[in-house]
Design a protein around this ligand. Structure first.
Ligand code: NAD
Ligand code: MG
Length: 396
């Protein structure tokens, strides 16, 4: 039996993970679940899956969850706060941790899982983008297993038979290029001049994937692909020059690896996150995920085009941050989180997202990513600079 903790159980990835687990009760048991504020949803999940522990964001939310659970006769132990998240990620009974909190908030518990030598199923790409080598070292030094959930990275992992999951990247042995595919999001063909008038709901209406709001906006700006380029660098040991982004609107090929002998390996499937989730949960075995088999005759056409960096300046900013190294990706990530939230709150327009990020990267000096504390300090400075810039723009 495997005992699974899900960090971010009420989110899009969390719900898909529970869907897969529910199909295999003889193999998986839910040890703990977490949610930030959606207490009623978490209570319903606890009623169905009966975890030993549940963690929420605040003391008030913990009281509310306890009241809901006891009313239903569920004895799950309720806790709150970051230390409790780290505790459910590293408890001795846990075998696997699904890291599916969105943003920098997921770094501490995801790192705790790596330090405790767990099997870490990584959806929370922001954690790896921020901490890079420090995270990879924690995986390696503690015998953890790191399996990518992001569909592109899971695809690359499947196309690299020599890739291993213990933190040391396989390097470029025989690999010419890693090709990350991207749908291009909802604004791939929209007139660039009209992009500043798009609403949060339009930006979150993704053509092929149903996801949380932050990653949906990231897909519309293509910052999501930029974060994934940095994620691929750390997971597979590839330099920026070896990573290519290719727009593929159907989202059927989830990514490819191009080898020096001319072979190209690709992983295909219907766009449904339960496939990479099931792959990582059962690795190296295969289990049913509930996803329908791909019908290529039905899909009929697969299209590809190169990304236009003027339409998607966030993608260029991410490549620049990867080349700059050190804490530059942490600055990029923090500025992006603040800018996306401001856009979702209708404080800034869509085209201001990249301007906020560019401003932060130009004005906050980046340094060496020598410790998690150094990374967190840069995260804090970048957030402060982004908030100040947005406030200044709003006042003007
Ligand atoms: P979501 O917004 O649907 O869910 C986020 C989860 O994180 C929720 O359970 C929420 O309660 C929790 N959370 C939010 N803020 C928190 C905080 N401050 N402290 C603790 N918990 C907090 O997001 P999602 O779409 O499920 O994405 C989760 C992660 O997976 C992101 O890093 C995203 O980039 C990545 N990812 C998602 C998809 C997808 O298809 N949704 C695909 C690839 C990667
Ligand atoms: Mg992805």
């Amino acid at each position: 039996m495997q005992y699974i903790t899900i960090l971010g159980a009420t989110g899009s990835i969390g719900v898909s993970t529970l869907d897969v687990l529910a199909r295999h009760p003889e193999q998986y048991s839910v040890y703990a679940l977490s949610a930030h504020s959606r207490v009623a949803e978490l209570a319903a999940q606890c009623l169905q899956f009966r975890p030993q522990r549940a963690v929420v964001g605040t003391a008030d939310a913990a009281l509310e969850l306890t009241r809901l659970l006891r009313g239903q006769g569920v004895d799950t132990q309720v806790e709150y706060g970051v230390e409790a998240l780290c505790a459910i990620a590293s408890a001795p009974q846990v075998t696997g941790v699904m890291a599916a909190i969105v943003g920098a908030a997921g770094l501490a518990p995801t790192l705790a899982a790596a330090r405790a030598g767990k099997k870490v199923l990584l959806a929370n790409k922001e954690a790896l983008v921020m901490s890079g080598q420090l995270f990879i070292d924690a995986v390696h030094d503690n015998g953890a297993v790191l399996l990518p959930i992001d569909s592109e990275h899971n695809a690359i992992f499947q196309c690299m038979p020599h890739a291993h999951a213990h933190g040391r990247a396989p390097g470029a042995a025989g690999v010419a290029k890693i090709v990350l595919t991207a749908s291009g999001g909802p604004f791939l063909t929209r007139d660039v001049e009209t992009l500043d008038t798009v609403t949060p709901d339009q930006a979150c209406k993704h053509p092929t994937w149903a996801m949380g709001r932050k990653i949906s906006v990231d897909s519309a700006t293509m910052m999501n692909k930029g974060l994934e380029v940095i994620e691929a660098h750390w997971l597979f040991g590839a330099p920026a020059e070896q990573i290519e982004v290719l727009i593929h609107p159907q989202s059927v090929i989830h990514s490819m690896v191009s080898y020096i002998d001319g072979s190209v390996l690709a992983q295909l499937g219907n766009p449904d996150m339960r496939t990479p989730i099931a792959h990582a949960l059962a690795y190296p075995q295969r289990i049913n995920s509930g996803v329908a088999q791909l019908d290529l005759a039905q899909v009929a056409t697969l299209q590809f085009e190169r990304p236009d960096f003027r339409r998607f300046p966030c993608l260029a900013l991410a490549f620049d941050a990867l080349r700059a190294g050190g804490t530059a990706p942490a600055l990029l990530n923090a500025a992006n989180e603040v800018a996306v939230q401001a856009f979702l709150d209708e404080q800034i327009g869509f085209r201001q997202i990249d301007r906020v990020i560019a401003h932060v990267i130009e004005t906050v000096p980046h340094g060496a990513a020598s410790s998690i504390e150094a990374v967190m300090e840069q995260d804090r400075l970048a957030r402060a600079a982004a908030h100040a810039y947005i406030a200044h723009r709003l006042a003007a």
